[in-house]
Write a protein that binds this ligand. Structure first.
Ligand code: TXA
Ligand code: MG
Length: 318
């Protein structure tokens, strides 16, 4: 495809048209409360193959299947008591559960990268929910960026990165949370945190009444095949936990620590910082920044997800 699609505002009409596209193996980018997703029919090998191709994503990295309802999720996977508690507490919302798949589940093997588990998320965004309902099936949706690049938090980011490779982009404005969903595996035994994200670890631990096992090291664990070390990579070289600017560096500030122009949150609010993070990384790229000093971000609340994404953005590129 070489036609560049323009984002269309979310409306009942564009949602109905996008649902029909999805049901016909089309690719539709759509807003969620976390980041924009690149949606395709999770039950169709053909649609899922198109997602991997558009993103240039390695086939060993499984996708999240998005559902509109808890019932739809229960048709795909087995929920243990912790999974039930977490779904009760945080769905719809920025939480993904990795669960044992049901043998009669519809999410195809390609979307699961052949695993016997399936990643499920019921997003809170009303437009996303309406789209999934209109498609009438689980929707596989990785972040709508080429593999290894910064995740999109605005329709414009998607258009710039993937606009010539997909069928439709729905524009719902900037995303509210700004970092991807928290991923928790409930595969028997204690729940494990596979990726920090939009629901803070503290809230998850409160709901299950126990501490979570730490996220596995980047790149090492088969349980989270997508957690490659270098990810969310802007073009610039990042220096983290900087307390002052060196010559030639552009500052990415937090709480005014560096006195830099670009501040993730001047008041030191990690939720505001999460919502700004990817848009600011996109902006630094657009401005041609080559070296970026990032102020220290606290590791509590959404700060854990921000620090995780920054560490990946700073990792050496393959
Ligand atoms: O907020 C989000 O989660 C966004 C929006 C669009 O919903 N989606 C997203 O998807 O971040 P993606 O594909 O970029 O990240 C999916 C992550 C990957 O790290 C993948 O390895 C992991 O989920 N994953 C998927 N299925 C898995 C499974 N069965 N076991 C372990 N990890 C799994
Ligand atoms: Mg991604």
């Amino acid at each position: 495809m070489s036609v560049r699609v323009a984002p269309l505002p979310l409306s009942p009409e564009t949602i109905a048209a996008a649902g029909a596209r999805l049901a016909a193996d089309g690719l539709v980018a759509f807003p969620t409360e976390t980041v924009y997703g690149l949606g395709g029919d999770a039950t169709s090998d053909r649609a899922v193959a198109r997602i991997y191709a558009a993103k240039e994503r390695p086939g060993f990295n499984p996708l999240i299947a998005h559902v509109a309802t808890r019932d739809a999720a229960e048709r795909e996977a087995f929920f243990d008591p912790n999974a039930r508690r977490l779904a009760d507490a945080f769905w719809p919302g920025p939480l993904t559960l990795v669960l044992p798949r049901r043998p009669d589940g519809r999410v195809c093997a390609l979307a699961r990268a052949g695993l016997e588990s399936v990643a499920l998320r019921a997003p809170a965004h009303e437009g996303a929910r309406a789209l999934i309902a209109a498609a009438g099936r689980p929707i596989a949706a990785p972040s709508a960026n080429r593999s290894g690049r910064v995740s999109p938090t605005a329709a414009r980011h998607v258009a710039d990165d993937l606009g010539d490779r997909i069928d439709m982009i729905l524009d719902g404005g900037p995303t509210r949370v700004g970092v991807e969903s928290t991923i928790v595996a409930c595969l028997g035994g204690a729940p494990r945190l596979l990726r920090p994200g939009g629901v803070p670890r503290e809230a998850i631990e409160g709901a299950v009444g126990a501490r979570l096992a730490a996220a596995p090291d980047a790149g090492s664990a088969i349980v989270a095949p997508g957690m490659l070390a270098s990810h969310y990579a802007p073009r610039a070289i990042l220096r983290l936990d900087a307390v002052s600017l060196k010559d030639g560096e552009t500052g990415l500030d937090f709480g005014g620590r560096l006195g830099a122009e670009l501040d993730l949150s001047a008041t030191g609010d990690v939720e505001e910082a999460a919502a700004n993070l990817f848009a600011f990384l996109h902006r630094l790229d657009a401005a041609g920044a080559s070296r970026v000093a990032v102020a220290p971000i606290p590791a509590t609340g959404l700060g854990e997800a921000i620090r995780d994404r920054l560490a990946r953005a700073a990792a050496p590129k393959p």
